[in-house]
Design a protein. Structure first.
Length: 274
């Protein structure tokens, strides 16, 4: 309660205090009501750059980090989108990057807000399994160069708890919470480089280009401090990306894109991010 009160009153939390909150989330000692109250306090009062970095680091450290063969140094890349209607870019981009010799260990999310997540789309394929152990992830990357998987109990487990609670507590659009959620997963992946697709417009989390740019700056700054080469692209989301909306339809459209077809706006964004 003391930490919640402190943030509620607009004070800055120390790194140890943030670590203690994240420990409570991961170990289950913090009650759901307390976690929800802290999320709302952060949403209303914000966090400065030091707090956001501390939250990201604590969430990344809540689980294990992936370890890769030394030969892959410099090849490990990933992309993350802040989400939009019809955004099936990851489904085409990950294999395209693998075809260029990159290793893409993409830890992805489920639906947040009003859109299906990349994992939901993949699970429209009968029998597709998005749960893989770190050992299985490495084996898949050795064989095919990319994978798109969900968070396991082992990778950024604090984010699993906070991610689901943000959706039901109307705190999805909090800048520090978005930054920490995205980058804690990426830090656990031990990436060389990361590109972020930050959406703005009427169907995006952030309606204006200015607010999206603020998020992009936060993500790039924290990513760089975590030792990941990070870049962001601002893309417009006033109408669906491509022509298809709906999990299985979007998988089919991503396949069209990989075969050299599909809608031009989807191809253009895949290439720009790649």
């Amino acid at each position: 309660p003391a930490l919640i009160r402190k943030k509620r009153d607009g004070e800055q939390l120390e790194e140890e205090e943030i670590q203690s909150f994240v420990r409570g989330v991961t170990e289950g000692t913090a009650q759901q009501g307390q976690i929800g109250a802290m999320l709302m306090a952060i949403r209303l009062r914000g966090m400065d750059a030091a707090e956001t970095l501390a939250l990201t680091r604590a969430m990344a450290a809540s689980g294990r980090s992936l370890a890769w063969p030394p030969a892959w140094r410099g090849l490990l890349v990933d992309k993350h989108s802040t989400g939009g209607v019809g955004d099936k870019v990851s489904l085409a981009l990950a294999p395209a990057l693998a075809a260029c010799g990159c290793k893409v260990p993409m830890i992805s999310g489920r639906g947040l807000g009003h859109t299906g997540g990349t994992l939901d789309k993949l699970e429209a394929i009968p029998g597709f399994c998005v749960s893989q152990s770190p050992e299985q992830i490495q084996s898949i990357l050795e064989r095919v160069g990319c994978c798109i998987v969900g968070q396991s109990e082992e990778l950024a487990p604090a984010d699993r708890v906070l991610y689901s609670l943000r959706d039901v507590t109307a705190t999805v659009d909090s800048l520090p919470l978005i930054t920490a959620s995205i980058l804690s997963k990426k830090a656990a992946e031990q990436l060389s480089a990361l590109v972020l697709d930050v959406k703005f417009g009427s169907a995006a989390l952030y309606p204006t280009q200015e607010s999206a740019r603020e998020l992009a700056h936060s993500l790039v700054a924290v990513g760089e401090q975590l030792g990941i080469r990070t870049a962001a692209v601002l893309s417009r989301m006033d109408e669906p990306l491509g022509r298809c909306v709906g999990n299985s339809l979007e998988v089919l459209e991503a396949l069209e894109c990989l075969e050299g077809g599909g809608p031009p706006d989807l191809r253009e964004l895949v290439v720009a991010l790649g």
